[in-house]
Design a protein around this ligand. Structure first.
Ligand SMILES: C[S@@+](CC[C@H](N)C(=O)[O-])C[C@H]1O[C@@H](n2cnc3c(N)ncnc32)[C@H](O)[C@@H]1O
Length: 425
């Protein structure tokens, strides 16, 4: 029989976690997309956070958890079978989140019905005995899922693929971008102007200066595209694909008059919250770039294009389970269409910065190479080392490519490709 979830403390979060995993592994949704439906019944934000945390850790450590499960079963459980999911959830809690064994198993068993419960209990107990005897052990680093590992090893080499596993093992540091040069009383490492890197030991909302809007969360690599425009001095810039507004806030605080366009009304609500909190201003347009066009060509345009997001795998472990070559090709096609659409909006002499948080050359290096062949009025306007955060250098041709081994000793950065182009005539 199915126990009502309110009788077993913490069960509702685990039920949401299994729904999240089902959405990612079977339907190819991202965790963010799946959160509203999967956690809708949880009223407490900390229960929602727990469900997300369990699912994210299962996704990160999935191959190690599966190896343990497989070592304890004679007949291999199907990848998407409920007993395997329940076991992944229970083991991730004990081995990664330090949940006591009894709490992990008592909330895992009700996730499966009937006979398989005995199976789940048996496998869990066998794995626990293996852990206690030292026969089984969680590896030091999670393994990047097979297809992605093969692709990254092929494109970037083994060292980068290893660095990706290392980066996945620990929570990413907290990077803050500041409205002004003053970072106040907060302690951290400053790797660029208006930046501070901190240990993620406290929610950002509890840091001094958050309510006053002194800063916002933004990975150091994500802060590079806006830095490449310098001071605005009241000039106009188009921030295309702008929500939730990290780059708009940087540009506005650097003195640009920003026109921010995004087609996602929900994400634009977060954009509005961010601007309200920081007291920064921008003209906001909710529109599809394939329909909208500016009143006149601009001196400066930032296109932070929608992409596979494989570069942000540390905070979004789901991407490596739902992105494959088909999705990468789809995203690259979309970027090509956006680039062709906006190219005529750049004034002669104007600057276009193109950015993607992707580790796939099809969306980065190859995308821009093909763009320059199609639009010969543009050329790369090389980025200089002095424009970049400490420890990040431009590529040979003056673009930027951050990889899993970039700033590895300081806590890594997200994977980005960024190109600054100039309209020559
Ligand atoms: C990488 S995110 C932008 C992040 C944002 N620049 C920041 O720094 O906070 C890409 C954005 O592109 C938007 N987008 C995707 N396709 C679009 C389109 N055809 N027109 C307008 N916006 C689009 C998405 O809604 C999403 O918010």
């Amino acid at each position: 029989m199915n126990e009502p979830s309110n009788k077993i403390p913490g069960l509702a979060s685990r039920q949401s976690a299994i729904r999240l995993l089902d959405a990612v592994c079977r339907r190819g949704e991202t965790l963010d997309q799946a959160m509203p439906a999967a956690t809708g019944k949880l009223s407490n934000p900390s229960d929602k956070a727990l469900a997300h945390n369990i699912a994210a850790n299962v996704l990160r450590w999935m191959s190690a958890l599966d190896a343990m499960i497989d070592s304890a079963t004679r007949n291999r459980l199907a990848d998407d079978a409920k007993p395997r999911m329940a076991l992944r959830i229970a083991l991730a809690q004990v081995l990664i989140l330090d949940t006591p064994q009894h709490a992990a198993i008592s909330t895992a068993l009700p996730l499966v019905h009937g006979g398989p419960r005995r199976l789940v209990h048996g496998v869990f107990s066998t794995v626990m005995r293996g852990i206690e005897s030292g026969e089984l052990k969680l590896p030091d680093f999670p393994e990047i899922p097979g297809e992605t590992l093969d692709r990254w090893t092929h494109v970037w080499g083994e060292d980068v693929a290893h660095a990706a596993s290392h980066a996945w093992a620990k929570p990413a540091p907290l990077d803050l971008s500041f409205r002004s040069e003053t970072v106040g009383e907060l302690e951290g490492v400053q790797l660029a102007p208006k930046h501070l890197r901190m240990v993620p030991d406290l929610p950002v909302t509890e840091r001094a200066g958050f309510d006053e809007g002194h800063f916002w969360v933004q990975d150091l690599a994500a802060s590079i595209p806006a830095r490449l425009f310098g001071e605005g001095k009241g000039r106009t810039i188009l921030d295309l694909c702008a929500a939730p507004g990290g780059k708009t806030m940087q540009l506005a605080s650097a003195g640009w008059k920003v026109i921010s366009v995004d087609n996602n009304a929900k994400r634009m609500e977060r954009f509005q919250d961010n601007l309200r909190r920081t007291g920064l201003q921008a003209e906001e347009v909710i529109a599809d770039l394939m329909d909208w066009e500016p009143a006149e060509p601009a001196d400066a345009i930032l296109l932070d294009a929608p992409c596979s997001a494989t570069g942000i795998y540390r905070r979004h472990p789901d991407v490596l389970h739902c992105i494959g070559s088909r999705q990468i090709a789809d995203r690259a096609e979309g970027q090509r269409a956006l680039l062709d659409r906006i190219a005529p909006w750049v004034k002669p002499g104007g600057i276009l910065v193109y950015a993607v948080c992707s580790l796939e050359p099809e969306e980065g290096e190859e995308q821009i190479e093909a763009f320059l062949e199609r639009h010969q009025q543009f050329a790369i306007h090389p980025v200089l080392p002095a424009e970049l955060p400490t420890g990040i250098l431009p590529t040979e041709n003056g673009c930027i490519r951050t990889l899993p081994n970039t700033l590895a000793d300081q806590g890594h950065v997200d994977g980005f490709f960024i190109a600054r182009l100039i309209h020559k005539s």
